[in-house]
Ligand binder design. Structure first.
Ligand code: NDP
Ligand code: MG
Length: 379
């Protein structure tokens, strides 16, 4: 039996990971959330982890008091996340927090030889090279949970990375696929959060609507599979049935298909290279009238263009656009800026004058900070 720790257990990926753990009979060692102590307490009572962590220190005492009748240790803050990650009492860390705050716990888990199942794309976008270096040094593995990257991992089985011609990364296009710039002037937050195929946390839902999500995934694919940006083609496939494809050097294309259900890639990340029975519905080809494909409109959805440019500029620019986006989405969710402002601000962050080229943890944290400050001073 494997022991799992989940950072972000109260979120969309975190709660689905707990369901998957029940399906495959994994036990839970540690659970962590940002501030939702009600759900974290419920999860603690149900799954009986050894330790829980609430990042928000103001909620720590209440959670500890509420769990007084259990033997569960209660931690808080970044120190708590790191303590769970470093522990020797579990096997796989599921990083399902939102935002680049997930970098340090990931690195600590790798240092103590844990395999990582990673949904937290922001930490791969900003610190993917460092994560890879640590993983190589400590002989640990990084398993993607993101459906596109899980698809790529599956299409790679039995093949060689060096024989890849290109990856065809599919995108649903989000709720505003086909919208013109003028149409985007009047969209509401409710419309933005209503993704046609997936139910997800708020931040990734906004990212899916701006196509920033695909930009982050483009960088995530480069980091995870050590590819050149020219080897990644992004195609809009509104039905979200083909989760991504690989074209090999003989022009053969292998695709991974399935119903849009994150429990499938979550489970694969936890059972790799094995597969376990799931009793979900099967993909029904009788109902699949059309699988369609179109080019993404990167002039209207400029967040995607900003991510492509960030990779061209290299160095800390992936961190810069990610930080700008995290800050802009935060402002958008508070109704302080419009939908179109997100793209404008993220694109503008490419003009930040940063002369540091060395990508290490200290500089990543610094670049993130100046990029957030840049957004706040440009609204
Ligand atoms: P949610 O907003 O639903 O959940 C985020 C989780 O992270 C919550 O449990 C939240 O706790 C927790 N959290 C946030 N900050 C901290 C912190 N500092 N310390 C500890 N816990 C923290 O997001 P999603 O589950 O949708 O997304 C999580 C990650 O997975 C993102 O990087 C996203 O891009 C990626 N992803 C998500 C997919 C999806 O279908 N949802 C698909 C592919 C990738 P609290 O509840 O207390 O706020
Ligand atoms: Mg995805």
């Amino acid at each position: 039996m494997k022991y799992i720790s989940i950072l972000g257990s109260t979120g969309s990926i975190g709660t689905q990971t707990l369901e998957v753990c029940e399906n495959i009979n994994n036990s839970i060692y540690g659970l962590a959330a940002n501030s939702n102590i009600e759900l974290l307490e419920k999860q603690a009572r149900k799954y009986k982890p050894s330790v829980v962590c609430i990042y928000d220190k103001n909620k720590y005492k209440l959670l500890k008091d509420n769990l007084f009748d259990t033997s569960i240790s209660v931690l808080s803050g970044m120190e708590g996340l790191i303590e769970i990650s470093k522990s020797n009492h579990y096997d796989i860390l599921v990083n399902a927090v939102v935002g680049m705050i997930g970098i340090e716990p990931t690195l600590e888990a790798i240092k103590s030889k844990k395999n990582i199942a990673i949904a937290n794309k922001e930490s791969l976008v900003t610190a993917g090279d460092i994560i890879n270096k640590y993983a190589k040094k400590n002989n640990t593995k990084i398993f993607p949970i993101d459906s596109e990257h899980s698809a790529i991992l599956q299409c790679l089985r039995g093949n060689k990375l060096r024989q890849i011609n290109k990856i065809i990364l599919t995108a649903s296009g989000g709720p505003f696929r086909g919208y013109t710039y003028d149409m985007l002037k009047n969209v509401t937050l409710d419309q933005t959060l209503k993704h046609p195929n997936w139910v997800m946390g708020k931040k990734i839902s906004v990212d899916s609507a701006t196509l920033m999500n695909k930009g982050l995934e483009f960088i995530e694919a480069i980091r995870l599979f050590n590819l050149d940006s020219s080897q990644i083609e992004i195609i809009v496939h509104p039905q979200s049935i083909i989760h991504s494809m690989i074209e090999y050097n003989d022009k053969s294309i292998i695709a991974q298909l399935g119903i849009p259900d994150m429990k499938i890639p979550i489970q694969y990340a936890l059972t790799y290279p094995d597969r376990f029975e799931r009793d979900d519905i099967s993909l029904n080809f009788d109902n699949l009238l059309n699988l369609t494909f179109e080019k993404p409109d990167i002039e209207t959805f400029i967040c995607l263009k900003a991510c492509i440019k960030a990779i061209e500029k290299g160095g800390l620019f992936p961190t810069i656009v990610n930080g700008a986006n995290e800050q802009a989405v935060d402002l958008y969710l508070q109704n302080k800026i419009s939908f179109l402002d997100i793209g404008k601000l993220v694109y503008k962050s490419l003009d930040i004058n940063i002369d540091i080229t060395k990508v290490n943890l200290k500089n990543i944290l610094y670049a993130d900070k100046i990029s957030r400050e840049f957004i706040l001073s440009n609204i």
